[in-house]
Design a protein around this ligand. Sequence first.
Ligand code: FAD
Ligand code: NAP
Ligand code: SF4
Length: 693
Amino acid sequence: MRRSLSTIPTIIMTTPHFPHLLAPLDLGFTTLRNRVIMGSMHTGLEDRFYNYGKLAAFYKERAKGGVGLIVTGGISPNRSGWLLPFGGTLNFLGDVPNHRKVTSAVHEEGGKILMQILHAGRYGYQPFVVSASDRKSPISPFKPRALSEAGIQATIRDYVRCARLARKAGYDGVEVMGSEGYLLNQFLCSRTNLRTDRWGGSIENRMRLPVEIVKRIRAAVGPDFIIMYRHSLLDLVDGGNTWDDVLAVAKALQHAGVTILNTGIGWHEARVPTIVTSVPRAAFASVAGRLRREVTIPVVASNRINMPGEAEAIIARGDADMVSMARPFLADPEFVVKAAAGRVDEINTCIGCNQACLDHTFSNKRASCLVNPRACHETELVYKAAAKRRKVAVVGAGPAGLSAATVAAECGHEVTLFDSSDSIGGQFKVAMQIPGKEEFAETIRYFKRKVELTGVNLKLGQRVTRDDLLAGGYDDVIVATGIKVRKPPIEGIEHPKVLSYLDVLAHKKPVGKRVAIIGAGGIGFDVGEYLLHDSRHALPLAVDTWTREWGVDLKATTGGGLVEPHAEEPVRQLYLLQRKTTKLGAGLGKTSGWVHRAVLARNGVVMLAGVQYNKIDDHGLHITVDGGERLLAVDNVIICAGQDSLAELMPPAGAAPAAPGATRFHKIGGAALASELDAKRAIKEGAELAVSL
Ligand code: FAD
Ligand code: NAP
Ligand code: SF4
């Protein structure tokens, strides 16, 4: 049953916190309970009918958490629009009952939900792809077929049928996806639209398809159904639209019957990052503001907005009527209720890492969240009261131990958490020193508060021993002691010019102007970015510094909003080295690795693969590469050669299994496996172990 506005939790309607963000929005025929949109995210659950129960549980938690308007992941209007083979569709009456599970779940919690209609065009990773022209995209191996006049007409009909079925399935409206380089964006820009018929050429012709689709959907669904259109404000690709084009399209869409204009920044093939953690918060809000001053319908700001303070400021200064946040709702389904209650310090903040969300999506895996492993697993990873309260010691307050301790306490166990350091966070305290990873501090802040709220007994400054643990009478000991840094056996490794990454990042030892980095994993790249940071620019980078570095013109006076990046003299000469012969950085995140590689390349870092390390001496680092010996005359050599597990608190290998009733020992995170370690696995392992105790 749909709840009326008056039954929505009063906290959302009457809160003194974030008054602009949490004010209702009257759309004439319906009212949204606040200005917060949970933006569209492909979770992987929408692609299979048997996962719609899980999908409904995912959205239900977010609706219960108070979000004003939810947008589903992209649902294709037809087969040629699939993003992936057999992607989610709504083409037949038979699909409606699956979608009803989702809409009912959201309505039961007083929420509203739109279904996103997404035709991938040439971004489809499948053989039936179509586009405005037959230009292949750099991110899909499949060459599209240019739609014929009849094909265009059929596509319009498919959009309309999809919207009609969405209404039948109980959605409050649809979002027509027109940005990020998908089909409608492909028609809008001369980069991909080379047509000479009435669907190509002038902007009036290029916008004909999206405008026609909106007009025809409006005519089919009537006036009391939300049509949100996601419009690309900055394409960030050559051959993208200028601001005049963007504005002309927005006005035509408004005229065609759009209720709300959502905004998008950058095509997927753009070589400018738009959402990774190094993009300054709310970097593109001013562009939405320029649009808002030109149209009369509500405008939504999006991209790298992850906390209520930024969202409130955007609406308060008039840059938007609503704010769309997507990944922040993977990280914390209760974002809105916490904001409304002034409990901002309890929000589990999205750190923009992409590691469990977009990287999963692009690897065809179910999305989740590094800081919240329950995301998209709501029915499988359940934090509920344990049958028996156990006395639990967790050693190590890094991500793994923090996750285990707080979830175990939430499940009702008596938990003591030890760390030898005088503060929590483990290696995340080191990670947050990296330019662009400042957000990692938010995870530590979240866990600090969670430790207080769940009643974990925190003992800092205590390096515990196995004897301490055995004497403590614990039912369970969770060893989450992390790693020890690997020191490779290279001749001269004890030379004073050799530093470990911890010497540099944690102990702030001075580093010279010419530096060789041994090891090009995630930490080698991070150390590179740290050493290249120009101290004249405060961190996190201001928006104008960042746009200059990446060559972005927020005014889009040029096509796509691209200008020449501003190149500054690098502050150091760096060599980044690895023994493998593969491309450096190949193991970095699918959707973020290219950003790290681009920053280092822009700063003239010499990247060498297939290196053999011969010795380190007063002259520098002696290597063999490409069959020849070379001396890198460097001031310092920084070791980033991985880690080994630190798990000495565990029972010795081969020890007899614990007798019934004796203390059980478990290990998680870096202590369990140091190679390929990342915080995603550490936090997930901690939570999964805690619920299994
Ligand atoms: P740790 O974080 O190492 O925590 C172990 C804790 O145990 C420490 O606090 C230590 O003080 C404590 N301890 C050890 N022995 C004892 C003892 N005997 N008694 C009491 N306390 C003890 N991961 C990502 O996923 N994404 C990234 O982008 C990323 N970037 C990184 C950048 C850098 C520069 C670094 C250094 C790491 C990065 N990581 C990243 C890795 C991530 O930080 C680790 O995967 C994660 O911290 C591992 O968590 P953990 O809890 O297993 O161990
Ligand atoms: P890593 O990714 O395993 O990289 C270790 C590097 O050291 C590799 O380049 C390896 O390359 C080299 N190496 C290993 N043994 C060596 C030896 N004996 N001598 C010389 N070189 C050696 O580990 P990491 O960079 O330390 O990162 C630790 C974990 O943190 C990673 O697993 C990663 O998941 C996580 N992290 C993630 C990010 C991110 O952005 N997602 C960032 C930082 C860290 P060769 O063997 O080819 O020489
Ligand atoms: Fe945000 Fe990282 Fe979680 Fe994705 S995985 S939602 S980027 S914190």
